[in-house]
Design a protein. Structure first.
Length: 104
């Protein structure tokens, strides 16, 4: 059984006991999170596709930790204009462990 969920503007294919990194969610480590924006659920060959979401389907997950992604260098330059800007960015992430998928 697997599901396709949407969180943080991205889509993830998840199954039970998967560990995924999503954009930061407001939850402490060890807390339980319910993701109800489920786009698709597959249960033993039976596929349910939502329009846009599957009604009554939920994915529960446990927050493993709040982490930060790798540093990304943002460099802008305009040639022959002596224009250079260098910035760094680290995205805040939440590490989730999928504990259950329920389809209506």
């Amino acid at each position: 059984m697997f599901a396709v969920i949407k969180t943080g503007g991205k889509q993830y294919r998840v199954a039970e006991n998967d560990i995924i990194q999503v954009e930061k969610l407001p939850a402490e480590a060890g807390a339980s999170v319910t993701l109800d924006e489920v786009l698709m659920v597959e249960d033993g060959g039976k596929v349910s596709v939502g329009a846009p979401f599957v009604s009554g389907a939920k994915v529960t997950a446990e927050v493993v930790e709040q982490a930060r992604g790798p540093k990304i260098i943002v460099f802008k330059k305009k040639r022959r204009q002596n224009y250079r800007r260098k910035n760094g960015h680290r995205q805040d992430l939440t590490v989730l462990k999928i504990t259950g998928i329920s389809a209506a």
